[in-house]
Design a protein around this ligand. Structure first.
Ligand code: LRH
Ligand code: MN
Ligand code: MN
Length: 432
């Protein structure tokens, strides 16, 4: 299903006059702070965030699942859904796959189909945290019950290395250029495993996979302190992640998933440290209250998201070219929302946080910091956070032919209803 662009234009035109007034006022306000609204609009347009293929169907908790209708059942349909999201918000132009949840057997056709929607393939995710019932991630038929790369059994370690190499092969055919490795490896009880031995096994396995990557590929390692192992995980925090990345190779970088931190962790500071070490890969955006809740981006801690973008903007506006290569992705899962609506809200939250961070007068902030003006520094940051940058986000969308308010347009155009008409009330197959 492709949306009719004229319809989007018609919907926008209803609020065009008011938008223009709001944009003018905001541009003047920013101008007073020495900030050019046009620059922010351009930057917002350029920030493209990948959609994960597993977020297009209704998620679940371990207690149940409440799927809606019209969900995509095949990779082709998932690509179609991302195409719709792109048309609506203009903020996503790539899709990230999890093998074996979405296996592109016909990679060339799938690549062409994606290209017809203006989409490419983002980072490839391997999966050694479950045993696929079809055996698609267990080439030797062995179980990952006690871990994959950390496993005490060499054959299982070899199997997980092979699975990752298989994922790289799929990715090569799809035109991807990175592999994301998140490991569930760890232990559930003290005494179950030796921390050091597990870490060394993982480190050695990552090195083997790294050797199998094409020379222009990157490996992203993703840390997480708990779940599904609840006593220890091997790649538990940013420090371990950094050790693994450095021990693996130059093109191994650290991915930050916003839900993968212990309560009250200062994530923006973690981001700053990893940037300092030139090892930031990018993000899995989501939000959480308690743990890895995978809730809609910016739904609970929008200020934290803004502060993270504050660090990122400083990095992106600096001299390091690597900052232009960051991998942006949403990693959310929705049990009680239409997944497409949730994704649209997530894209919106990202654009707003980015726009707000871009509206911080950096030189003035540095001056306050250098003068130990504590209250002054806080004022500058909070003034930017309290600035309503929605007119800039709307303008960025309009210039791309997308909708002022993607969620509203999605509803007005009856997209879900149309998808239910086409696909029926069946539900998507995802691994979550
Ligand atoms: C692990 C994780 C990781 C997986 C995804 C499904 O919690 O964040 O990125 O690939 O969830
Ligand atoms: Mn993640
Ligand atoms: Mn997660």
């Amino acid at each position: 299903m492709k949306l009719n662009l004229d319809q989007l234009k018609d919907i926008n035109s209803k609020s065009l006059d008011l938008h223009q007034v709001e944009l003018d006022i905001l541009s003047q306000k920013l101008d007073k702070k020495g900030i050019n609204a046009e620059d922010i609009i351009k930057d917002i347009t350029e920030l493209q965030v990948a959609t994960p293929s597993w977020a297009l169907g209704t998620g679940a908790t371990r207690f149940g699942r409440f799927p809606g209708g019209g969900e995509p059942a095949t990779l082709e349909e998932k690509i179609g859904d991302v195409g719709i999201l792109k048309q609506l918000c203009g903020q996503t132009s790539s899709i990230s796959l999890h093998i074996p949840w979405d296996v592109p057997d016909n990679a060339e056709d799938v690549k062409d189909l994606a290209a017809s929607y203006g989409l490419r393939f983002d980072s490839m995710n391997s999966n050694t945290f479950m045993d696929d019932p079809r055996g698609l991630n267990t080439p030797k038929g062995l179980s990952y019950k006690y871990g994959s790369m950390c496993n005490s059994e060499e054959a299982i370690r070899e199997q997980s290395i092979q699975h990752n190499i298989d994922v790289i092969e799929y990715g090569k055919r799809l035109g991807s250029d990175s592999l994301t490795v998140w490991l569930a490896d760890g232990s559930n009880y003290p005494g179950q495993a030796n921390f050091r031995r597990q870490f060394e096994n993982v480190q050695n396995s990552l090195r083997e996979i790294y050797k199998a990557m094409p020379e222009d590929w990157y490996m992203f390692t993703e840390h997480k302190p708990y779940e599904p192992n609840f006593y220890s995980t091997v790649n538990n925090d940013w420090g371990s992640n950094l050790l693994l990345a450095k021990g693996t190779g130059e093109r191994c970088l650290c991915l930050v998933d916003l839900g993968h931190h212990l309560p009250n962790t200062n994530i923006e500071q973690v981001v700053s440290r990893v940037i300092m070490e030139k090892r930031l890969a990018g993000f899995h955006f989501n939000d959480s209250k308690y743990s890895d809740d995978d809730l809609t981006v910016g739904s609970l801690k929008p200020y934290q998201l803004f502060l993270i973008f504050n660090e990122l903007v400083e990095y992106m506006k600096g001299d390091d070219k690597q900052a232009n290569e960051l991998a942006w992705m949403i990693d959310a899962s929705h049990n009680t929302k239409d997944p497409m609506e949730d994704l649209l809200q997530s894209f919106d939250a990202i654009a707003l946080a980015y726009g707000q961070a871009l509206s911080i007068p950096r030189a003035t902030l540095t001056e306050a910091q250098m003068n130990n003006d504590v209250a002054g520094g806080q004022e500058i940051i909070q003034d930017a956070y309290r600035t309503d940058v929605r007119p800039l986000v709307r303008e960025a969308r309009m210039r791309q032919g997308a909708a002022f308010s993607p969620l509203q347009a999605y509803r007005e155009l009856g997209v879900r209803k149309e998808l239910i008409n086409q696909r029926g009330t069946r539900v998507a197959v995802t691994g979550l």
